[in-house]
Design a protein around this ligand. Structure first.
Ligand SMILES: *Cc1c(COP(=O)(O)O)cnc(C)c1O
Length: 353
């Protein structure tokens, strides 16, 4: 089966060989305080910075998932105020989760057809964390680098946190526009689930140091101390880090990856634009459509039929998410998906949309 689910999604084709190599080299049972681990961790951090164009001054942490990053941010970086701008289910979940930990979290929902409006934000306090979801996996929208840049300019004293779970390693993100970025590896990294990546600016680190919150095993202050030696505060997903290192070693730099995905997106988009009247984009506004997660809308019965037919032909289409669970389907446009697999899907869509 070819998996086009937007997470967990198709893993890099070399994963079986890398797992075997990890076993053969004894990586699967190395001690996380050993030199071998620290070297591997340092190398992985270096590769991430190089391939994804992350500023040298930023610190990279390993977590267990994007969800854990919600918790770490709420417990370690948010002093009192956080402002959550969202148009879809993941941004809303981040807000809801944060509110349970910090009662002063404020949510602003915006129309999924609209770009994030930086001019109209009403931020009642002088500081705090602005939270946005760069790529909203539920509705297939994205916030451009330019918009995040504007946000940065308008609010130089706030920290900006970005959920980039379904775009990091697939889109060329301008990391210097924000302070905290995070993702899970089962999306654009093409790895099995169970590892999260959190990228923090010097200002985010300074904030955590200033707040000195240390009540949790994954308090950022502990993570910062440990990461100075390329270690983690608990026994991490060593195999996941090894696989990440191997996958990043053979990945091209992000601009090239993005170019490939944009080209594929365009080809899919033409098929959706030419589709019968039964199917249309969930999002009409081209300017906010995601390049890495496509959401296509249709009558629930037709969508169900289409998914079944695809399955018979060895293609897994992603279900819709949340409010659009039954009246849409999703296609992951992630780097690990192979050229001939894209071709197979395009052929199917050309015939059936
Ligand atoms: C998948 C996803 C998450 C959750 O990732 P986990 O690895 O399950 O924690 C969060 N935000 C977005 C935008 C996602 O796509």
């Amino acid at each position: 089966m070819i998996n086009f689910y937007p997470g967990p999604s198709r893993v890099d084709e070399n994963i079986p060989a890398y797992v075997q190599a990890a076993y053969d080299k004894g990586i699967l049972s190395i001690n996380h305080r050993s030199d071998a681990f620290m070297k591997m961790c340092a190398k992985t951090v270096g590769l991430l910075k190089d391939r994804l164009n992350i500023p040298e001054s930023y610190t990279i942490f390993f977590t267990s998932s994007a969800t854990e990053c919600w918790e770490i941010i709420a417990q370690s970086i948010i002093d009192t105020n956080s402002y959550h701008f969202y148009s879809g289910a993941f941004g809303e979940k981040w807000f809801d989760y944060t509110k349970k930990i910090n009662p002063y979290a404020i949510g602003y929902q915006f129309d999924q057809e609209q770009e994030l409006k930086t001019g109209e934000l009403d931020l009642s306090s002088e500081t705090g964390l602005i939270c946005i979801t760069q790529n909203e996996t539920s509705n297939g929208t994205q916030i451009s680098n330019a918009r995040i840049g504007k946000l940065r300019k308008k609010y130089p004293n706030h920290l900006i946190g970005v959920d980039a779970t379904s775009s990091m390693a697939g889109a060329a993100l301008n990391f210097s526009n924000a302070d905290i970025w995070y993702a899970s590896v089962q999306k654009c990294f093409g790895l099995p689930a169970g590892l999260g990546i959190m990228v923090c600016s010097p200002n985010a680190i300074a904030k955590a140091q200033e707040l000195k919150k240390g009540n949790h095993y994954n308090s950022l202050t502990f993570m910062i101390d440990k990461m100075r030696d390329y270690q983690t505060s608990y026994t991490p997903n060593v195999m996941g880090i090894y696989l990440l290192m191997r996958v990043m070693e053979s990945r091209k730099e992000i601009l090239k990856v993005e170019k490939k995905l944009k080209k594929r997106f365009k080809a899919y988009a033409e098929l959706v634009d030419d589709a019968s009247e039964d199917y249309t984009w969930l999002i009409e506004n081209e300017d906010v459509r995601s390049n890495t997660v496509l959401v296509i809308k249709g009558d629930p019965d037709k969508v169900q039929e289409l998914k079944e037919k695809a399955a018979q032909e060895g293609i897994i289409l992603g279900n819709g998410y949340g409010a659009n669970k039954v009246d849409s389907f999703r296609i992951a446009n992630f780097p690990a998906i192979k050229k001939d697999e894209v071709k197979t899907l395009k052929k199917f869509l050309r015939k059936n949309l």
